[in-house]
Design a protein around this ligand. Structure first.
Ligand code: LLP
Length: 425
């Protein structure tokens, strides 16, 4: 799936499913996020097909895009959820994802959160440390419940991705070092309220090459053999998420190729496989639509100042991430019919980092033109904020001829009324 697969140009207009993006913009106003229901469904089914000959539970990584309409779409297709907070558990449950399809990851689960997850009866806790395990045991014992656990193993493998989203090296805060795993499992087996059932690993996000996954899964396979020798009943392997998407021209291994590699590395162990994809389900199913507010000629560069900012999509400023930026109502850029110009594309926020692209070629633009920031379906809206007291961008989902606002734009009053001025001021 490329950034434009589900947002094609027809007669010089960008479409999402059967609706022109500009028609939505007229009704919703910019900036807004726009998701294709069909694209989400297609990527999920791709995973289902790829893993159809393995006993697999797909647990969508809710953090990538936690909109209730997105979760409901995936829930209806049979997805489980990988969650990292009590809020995400609530979202998953409210979208109809059953508790027994929820795996709970996250580095700092609190007593309250563990209590909540246990009372619901989730499928598995992915435990990040020995102190966390002790807390889970304490809470489970008090509730007279048993917590099914896997340790998240840190295999000390370089994911070859951006350092801020690389999680499987020894210096990263995540997981139990593989060298200490056997001791950790021995301790876990002896604790009350704990049932050891699996092993978990997640080495990072936006991986464009299978080699780091393969290396990590080889270590995990070896560990499962050792744990079984130690007497543990290991029957679940959670292989994490992390398969990348095409933002620019990256060539990503297909889900089928990924599934075959998982089978080659782990199939002989006869475990239930859990996968936790996030970005690869949602990334290219969404765009951020914005309008040109001003075209400004600087001394050295020309700026396209748009009405979306780093508060709406932080990926370019946080990770120097590349997103394609395309004029909505011009000829497809592939046609090369219209003149292109070089702009720095920037937002309205008062920071130099509020830059979406430097020296980028797009169509010659005028005030009011619509532009789309592609590949924004994952880690877009969920990472947005009201910085500069800007309203959160609404989210729209399109299915065939229909579209719906699936999160509304708040009013300034909604934002401001959350603050309280004490009487004594
Ligand atoms: N499982 C665990 C335990 C994770 O921490 C993550 C992502 C996933 C699964 C899903 O990974 P995915 O399939 O989406 O790569 N904000 C960053 C990405 C952070 C990823 C955090 N963990 C970005 O915008 O690139």
């Amino acid at each position: 799936m490329t950034p434009t697969s589900y947002f094609p140009h027809k007669n010089n207009q960008m479409f999402v499913e059967n609706i022109a993006v500009s028609d939505i913009a007229k009704k919703v106003q910019t900036p807004f996020y726009c998701y294709s229901h069909t694209a989400i469904e297609a990527s999920f089914q791709d995973y289902q097909n790829a893993f159809s000959n393995q006993d697999t539970l797909i647990c969508y990584a809710v953090k990538a895009n936690s909109n209730q309409a997105v979760l409901t779409t995936l829930s209806k297709l049979g997805s489980g959820a990988d969650v990292v907070s009590m809020g995400e558990i609530q979202r998953a449950i409210m979208a109809g994802i059953p508790a027994n399809k929820i795996v709970y990851s996250g580095v700092a689960k609190t007593e309250e959160e563990i209590n909540y997850a246990l009372s619901l009866g989730i499928f598995q806790f992915n435990v990040e440390s020995e102190p966390e395990l002790a807390l889970i045991s304490k809470v489970a014992t008090a509730l007279n419940k048993t917590a099914a656990i896997a340790f998240r193993i840190n295999p000390n493998v370089c994911a070859q991705t951006h350092e801020k989203i690389s999680t499987g090296k020894a210096e990263n805060k995540f997981g139990v070092p593989i060298s200490k795993a056997r001791v950790a499992y021995k301790e876990a087996a002896a604790l009350p309220g704990i049932k050891v059932q699996g092993v978990d690993v997640h080495i990072g996000s936006q991986l464009t090459n299978l080699t780091p996954f393969t290396e990590a899964y080889q270590h995990i396979a070896q560990l499962v053999v050792e744990l079984r020798e130690d007497g543990h009943d290991i029957n679940v392997i959670d292989v994490g998420g992390g398969l990348g998407i095409t933002y620019s021209d990256e060539i990503i291994p297909s889900k089928q190729t990924y599934a075959e590699m998982v089978h080659a590395q782990l199939g002989h162990l006869n475990c239930k496989i859990i996968i936790e994809p996030g970005r690869s389900l949602l990334g290219n199913a969404g765009i951020l639509v914005s309008s040109v507010v001003f075209v400004k000629k600087g001394e050295e560069r020309e700026f396209l100042i748009i009405d979306a900012g780093m508060n709406d999509l932080i990926r370019p400023s946080m990770y120097d991430a590349y997103h394609q930026i395309i004029a909505v109502d011009k000829a497809s850029i592939d046609n090369n019919e219209e003149p292109l110009k070089t702009y720095d594309i920037v937002g309205p926020v008062c920071e130099t980092g509020d830059t979406f692209a430097k020296a980028r070629q797009v169509h010659d633009a005028e005030i009011g033109d619509l532009i789309a920031i592609m590949s924004s379906g994952a880690y877009g809206s969920v990472m947005s904020s009201t910085y500069n007291t800007r309203m959160l961008a609404p989210e729209v989902m399109v299915k065939g001829d229909e579209f719906a606002v699936v999160r509304t734009r708040p009013s300034y009053e909604d934002i401001i009324k959350q603050d309280i001025t004490p009487d004594w001021l």
